[in-house]
Design a protein around this ligand. Structure first.
Ligand code: BGC
Length: 368
């Protein structure tokens, strides 16, 4: 069967032949891949950046944002049958820390986890994959055209969930997600898939969402945000250090840019007692000059919380499935427009090229 693979640490990606995987234990499911999304992590991998091949190999099959259909289910599989739509999670636990033992490998404490398609395990940019039922999430058939958004949405769900949980513990007068989010000023920085999908979650819960990017008003990211009732901020016109005076203080900031200098500058817009969740993973190692004393002074004097959030648990994948249906009910087919480019697997080079400001999510199609 065909697969898209890289040699870790080297630029380039190629179409390779791999053996068809077989079910080897009764709790496994064999899935035919329909499509797989591409994100910044994949693009980083194909230019020779962060990636780890499985043991005893230098090559890694990439891809972690999968969507497929069950082809065969092992004898002890309970919840899935052939023909069901399915998504597998990304991270596999280390097996020896409390988080992983509680099915929360996204909070692994040892760092010995693996991630399919990224870190030590082959991924999903291929025709067929096998994995265990415990890592699978069922997708209703109505969502089959957008089910490939579940993985990036799960990352946004976790980021919002972290902000909510922290704020409920942090502030004596806030009790639940409604109180933390409804009518609050929330800045989403970077309107790529993670930022935009976070915008959908936050609008669904009634936040005043401000989305910051550096694209024109009439390009898809800005337009989709406005269609769901968010306000677009063009970072080229309103600099980050003017957001507070132009728009107001932010109760929560959710960052999805991966641009280290901006990640620090955004703190300027955070209000007292605010929560700042970072999800962007900056590449490169260019040194950065920051005013450390000023940043710490602000954090302390304002009781602010700055927290990183990566990956997502099975619970967040399920939240993503449920919210995708709600997005359709509330915002119609606006959510479908997050997928801007669908590229057949044999034209994979086009998929990894940058498509400019018209692109939001590119997916590789494995079935015609
Ligand atoms: C993926 C996560 C993963 C992270 C770090 C992201 O692109 O969506 O699942 O944990 O990269 O490798």
């Amino acid at each position: 069967m065909k697969a898209l693979a890289i040699t870790t640490g080297k630029p380039g990606v190629s179409l390779v032949d791999r053996e068809i995987p077989r079910i080897e234990s009764p709790d496994e499911i064999k899935v035919r891949i329909l499509r797989v999304g591409i994100c910044g992590t994949d693009r980083e991998e194909v230019i020779g950046g962060r990636a780890k091949a499985p043991q005893h190999s230098q090559d890694l099959v990439i891809g972690h944002e999968m969507f497929g259909v069950v082809e065969e289910a092992g004898k002890s599989v309970q919840q899935f049958a052939p023909g069901d739509y399915i998504v597998f999670t990304v991270r596999r636990g280390c097996g020896h820390c409390d988080s992983c033992n509680m099915n929360r490998p996204d909070m692994c404490t040892t760092g010995d986890y693996t991630e399919r398609g990224i870190w030590g395990q082959d991924g999903y940019q291929t025709e067929l994959v096998v994995d265990k039922e415990q890592y699978a999430v069922k997708v209703p058939k109505e969502l089959k055209d957008i089910g490939v958004l579940i993985e990036p949405l799960s990352v946004a769900e976790k980021a919002v969930d972290e902000a909510v949980m922290l704020q409920v513990k942090h502030l004596p007068y806030l009790r639940d997600d409604k109180e933390v989010i409804t009518d609050k000023n929330i800045l989403v920085a970077g309107l790529g898939p993670i930022g935009l999908l976070a915008g959908f979650i936050l609008r669904l819960k009634g936040a005043k969402v401000y989305g910051l990017d550096v694209v024109d008003q009439d390009t898809p990211r800005a337009l989709l945000l406005k269609q769901i009732g968010g306000s677009y901020i063009d970072g080229r016109k309103i600099p980050v250090d003017h957001i507070e005076e132009s728009i107001g203080r932010m109760d929560i900031i959710l960052e999805a840019t991966g641009v280290a200098a901006l990640e620090f500058n955004l703190l300027d817009a955070l209000g007292p007692n605010g929560i700042y969740v970072l999800t962007g993973i900056p590449g490169g190692d260019r040194p950065l000059q920051i005013d450390g004393a000023e940043i710490i002074r602000r954090l302390v004097l304002n009781n602010q919380v700055m927290v990183g959030s990566v990956n997502a648990s099975q619970k967040h994948f399920q939240m993503a499935v449920d919210d995708l249906s709600r997005f359709r009910e509330t915002f119609g087919n606006t959510i479908d427009k997050v997928i801007t480019d669908r590229i057949p697997y044999n034209k994979f080079s086009d998929a990894f090229a940058h498509h400019g400001s018209e692109e939001i999510k590119t997916v590789v199609e494995w079935m015609p």
